[in-house]
Ligand binder design. Sequence first.
Ligand SMILES: [Zn+2]
Length: 229
Amino acid sequence: MVKKFKKIILDNNGHDPNSVLIICAHSDDQTFGPGGTVAKYAKEGKKVHTIIFSYGEMSLPLQQKEYTIKARVKESLDVDKYLGGDGVVFLGLEETKFTDQFKNKKMYPKLKRLILQYNPSIIFTHSNDDPMPDHRALNKVLLETLDRMRYNCDVYMFDVWNVFNFKKRNYIKILVDISDTFEFKVKALKMFKSQKMSLFSLMWSVYTKAWINGKNIKVKYAEAFYKIR
Ligand SMILES: [Zn+2]
């Protein structure tokens, strides 16, 4: 995918309208959630950066930690390249300990620096009612970081595990047509080979969600996001 960089005209908040940032807990969330949208934006020439809080070292309990980390980092970088992204940064926090470690490992300046460097006009992240505690913890820490930085941009939430949403009636729902990139999303998900046990059991939900969301706007496949700010 060839990218054309034009002269940057900043938006009303002073951010780059062609810069999109994905912030998620585990490597593969970025593809499970907004993978089709990532590929679509990349195709349109936008810059898409990804920040992942953990290495997902707990995902393969039978494997050695280092092996798991290596495998998951490589898969994320390969997938990012495949979808046309602009790089992945890992914060290296331990799963289940995001809130404490974000504070104790002095992650605020690091995350702040990355956000200022990318200067995104849109951030995609986990939703605040996700059943997975790491995902909810990340949502909270991120919003607190943006507040502390006084960084105003659109923040869209995605679901990884929820198939149906009943709690989000108060948010504006945004549906992105991913008919042209859905097959890239599916292929990208299959590239996370270390996760194939859990991933393949969830593949039906990837199709179902994209299909139901697509029906809402009369396209083949779509991804849904909820605007929290
Ligand atoms: Zn996750």
